[in-house]
Design a protein around this ligand. Structure first.
Ligand SMILES: Cc1cc2nc3c(=O)[nH]c(=O)nc-3n(C[C@H](O)[C@H](O)[C@H](O)COP(=O)(O)OP(=O)(O)OC[C@H]3O[C@@H](n4cnc5c(N)ncnc54)[C@H](O)[C@@H]3O)c2cc1C
Length: 502
């Protein structure tokens, strides 16, 4: 019976949450801005499991650098590429009608999609009711409902784009649902309370299934109760690749999209040149030379504070290292099934990859274990060039302990890697115009935008947060007023973050 180990992990998970809440007092001295992404990151399954896994890896890294643009997007993860995608759509469907092409440039420090998106757990599961009670108590019912609405909206938009364009096989989209194992009575009680509060607030939860211990044992072979939510698993890098290529195809008379990978932005300053619009421009200094532009979108997530130091520290975006292993089951697909999983209140998350040619036993992508890592739980760690052996041991033990007979103790993973998440103390990302977040001043940041800080849960949020930023840019370009959609949490908006400080 795996109980003791899992309960111990659960207790440590609670410690990790307490540490994050107390991040200000415990770790407040670590307010230095994040470093640039490390030059030699660990290799993830998504980016390096085959020689052609990342065909855009070095796109635009050779040859001349673009010197002038209308909009520079910094970062080529799901956020940055979604910004490019939504801009391309806005031009394509004539929401923006310009006489000259809108020139958009993406700047990426490492390989294409080399940050969290290329190193994550591959889950696209909207959390329609998890943490609902806490959100309702802290932010009110309307905001708690908007959190659910945003995640539903993001996931359903992405799935419908994938299906409409026939990309399901390209991106390994699996509609298997997500089973959350409830290891302790406390966890079950809290989860049921969230469910009841969300239902009472009017959220439709008809497609949520509660499973008894016996049902889980008989169906999945582990002795815990569980709750099953609709959800998908996916190859995130491939989705972002398809979104980029789709946007790139819009290049023509009205839209121009370029990307320069291996081009870290090291600073942003105002242009000192004379002439029309010249003094409105920003100069982005990069390792390959300067590029000037009128608008900047920060899609740098964990690394945001490198260029925006007022977002360093506990009130801003805290780099937090996550670790993943890809490990082989000791039984075949029929006993493993296709759904994704989470357990220990989401601290551990895993799913089986679809079988490749010649494979008989599924490869499982499992992340988590951070709660075993000691008092700082990998908070404020912005270096993904190595792994933490303590976290690695926790991950190696997890599946053989929870699913006895389906995984072998002592079997090493086929791949292991880390990635850096962007945490905020409330879990709310920052979306909208950039300010100096310590003074509230905007003048030095006019026409700069941000969408970042998803706290390890970006796949069902980033695409729609990018859409909000693009709506704001379109409103600015067309001289119209932006208004907040009913599906978007207003507390994410940067101007509200100044008043409430997170
Ligand atoms: C280990 C791990 C597991 C996760 N699992 C899941 C999951 O299963 N489901 C889920 O929903 N979420 C998960 N997440 C979180 C999710 O991956 C992120 O929320 C999401 O990918 C953030 O996307 P992004 O585009 O904002 O950031 P990123 O993907 O990190 O992209 C930011 C990019 O900016 C680049 N960059 C940074 N600074 C500069 C600069 N100065 N100049 C140029 N480029 C720069 C970086 O190199 C990077 O490529 C996980 C994250 C990690 C690390």
């Amino acid at each position: 019976m795996p109980g003791w180990s899992v309960t111990r992990a659960f207790e440590r998970g609670k410690d990790a949450r307490a540490t994050l809440n107390a991040a200000g007092s415990i770790l407040g001295h670590l307010c230095r801005p994040a470093n640039l992404p490390s030059a030699n990151p660990t290799r993830s399954f998504w980016t390096h499991s085959s020689s052609n896994a990342n065909p855009l890896a070095r796109e635009g890294s050779y040859g001349p650098l673009t010197t002038d643009a209308d909009i520079c997007i910094i970062g080529s993860g799901i956020t940055g590429i979604s910004v490019a995608y939504h801009l391309a759509e806005a031009v394509g469907n004539q929401t923006i009608d310009l006489d000259v092409p809108l020139r958009v440039v993406i700047l990426e420090a490492r390989d294409f999609c080399g940050g969290a998106t290329g190193r994550n757990g591959g889950h696209l599961t909207p959390h329609t009711f998890y943490s609902f009670a806490a959100r309702q108590d802290k932010f009110g019912a309307d905001e708690a409902i908007r959190s659910s609405a945003l995640e539903e909206y993001t996931a359903s938009s992405l799935v419908s784009i994938i299906e409409r364009n026939g990309w399901s096989e390209d991106v390994d989209l699996v509609n298997g649902g997500n089973v959350r194992l409830l290891f302790t009575e406390d966890e079950e009680r809290e989860t049921r309370a969230d469910f009841e509060r969300a239902k009472h607030a009017g959220i439709n939860l008809d497609n949520v299934q509660w499973l008894t211990r016996d049902e889980v044992q008989n169906t999945y072979g582990t002795p815990y109760s569980a709750v099953k939510l609709p959800g998908h698993n996916i190859w995130p890098l491939k989705l972002v690749t398809m979104l980029y290529q789709h946007a790139k195809q819009r290049t023509g008379e009205r839209f121009d999209l370029r990307m320069h990978t291996h081009t870290p932005v090291t600073s942003i300053t105002r242009s000192q040149s004379e002439g029309s619009n010249a003094n409105l421009k920003y100069i982005l200094s990069t390792s390959r030379g300067p590029i000037s532009c009128l608008r900047v979108v920060h899609a740098t997530n964990a690394y945001t504070s490198h260029l925006l130091p007022s977002l360093a520290g506990p009130d801003g975006i805290i780099p937090t290292r996550g670790q993943i292993i890809a490990t082989r089951a000791s039984v075949g697909k029929a006993l493993i099934r296709t759904n994704s999983w989470s357990g220990n209140q989401g601290y551990e998350y895993w799913f089986p990859r679809p079988l490749g040619p010649g494979e008989e036993r599924p490869l499982i992508v499992l992340g988590g274990g951070r709660e075993a890592s000691g008092p700082q739980f990998e908070l404020y760690v912005d270096d993904d060039s190595g792994t933490n052996p303590v976290v690695g041991n926790e991950l190696r033990d997890f599946l053989p302990t929870v699913f006895q007979g389906k995984f072998e103790h002592g079997t090493g993973p086929e791949m292991e890697w880390t990635g850096i998440m962007g945490y905020t103390t409330t879990g709310n990302p920052f979306v909208g115009p950039v300010f100096d977040f310590s003074t509230g001043e905007r003048e030095d940041y006019e026409r700069q935008y941000i969408a970042a800080g998803y706290t390890g849960h970006g796949m069902p949020r980033a695409f729609a947060c990018a859409e909000i930023v693009v709506q704001m840019i379109v409103a600015e370009l067309t001289g119209t007023q932006w208004s907040c959609p009913t599906w978007f949490p207003e507390r994410y908006l940067t101007h509200n973050r100044l008043k409430h400080k997170n």
